[in-house]
Design a binder for this molecule. Sequence first.
Ligand code: ADP
Length: 395
Amino acid sequence: MTQSILVVNCGSSSLKLALFDENEKKIASAIAERLNGQDAFSRIDGDKQPVTLPTNPNHKQALQALVSAFLERRLMSGAPTSIGHRVVHGGETFREAVLIDDDAVKAINSCAGLAPLHNPVNLAGIEATREQFPDTPQIAVFDTAYHQTLAPRAFLYALPEAYYSDWAVRRYGFHGISHFFMANEAARRLGKAPENTSIISAHLGNGCSITAIKNGQSVDTSMGLTPLEGLVMGTRSGDIDPGLFEYLRTQGVAVEDVHTVLNHKSGLLGISGQTNDMRTLCELADTGHQASALAIEIFCFRLAKYVGAMMASLSQLDALVFTGGIGENSVQVREKTLGHLQLLGFIIDTDLNEHHGRHTDGRIEHPNSSFPVLVLPTNEELVIAREASRLAQAY
Ligand code: ADP
């Protein structure tokens, strides 16, 4: 029997599915967006006909509708061999992917306080496929798990110890699935074993984070207790002085409002006053829009400072790696960022950068650069599919 692995990725208001065959080839994918709203929409990639959803569909209903559409359109011939779910927060409980049973569901639920927008919808996805395919092994792959190798010096905040012991306040880090993929992919491209490869991985999408990876293991990362900390992002501020809350309180601004602004109205969107989309910002900056140019400048400067900071965790550096929609596509962001890092020995090759390293196996550094610089596409779905396939064998 041929194997198929279904990958489920439930976001706060969206849902993505991918189906892989036993050779790690993606055979189908689908998306549902604006869930819980009247304008919810869903389609299978490459298929013009949308998939019909109930009114105001929740994640479970949308997932079951999409899976049924996969079956009806014969993209799947029956139950998949295994199902991999992306789960955002595994707290300190999950250091690696797990086979889902009732205890795992309880433990994922107990981490929900740390990711209230994500873990409940991840669980809704798990519940939907467990109902639909009760005999199929299901696996949870966590965004935080890869960073569980951080030492206390990197994961503890300089707060009273009770904040950690009583409330689990610490740095968890996110985008772990992508950073793990980068660690392996960069090693492969460099012709080295992952366990002997040390990189700095910059995942720059709508959310952005950077991770120092020493001999294959995450040793420091820019996101913290929540995905708000660190780099400038599409709509998130990244690092901010926490004194801001008290100051704005004295100005009559409620904590909840500041929280909303920091998460949804800051970052590239807040500085530019225009958009959170880097491609549009670059176009605006080219036409002379000053605030857009400033947003790009602040984004790159913060990123460069973090590259420097991440080097403190490493004793060697085999490559700086760019990935995510911005990292993979923005010539300008890579050039500006590395322009701040010449003192550390990074030198970009303008021509190779223009071509995103496409003809040089991802390499974009100048021959005089002290370190290789790589542009690599991430593939989180593939990591989840591989983990699902691996753990299902133990089922
Ligand atoms: P998500 O985190 O939602 O998966 P992506 O990884 O797709 O996001 O990244 C989205 C970001 O990538 C957006 O800011 C988008 O403008 C940016 N991006 C995509 N293509 C380009 C490009 N050619 N030039 C600059 N930025 C780009």
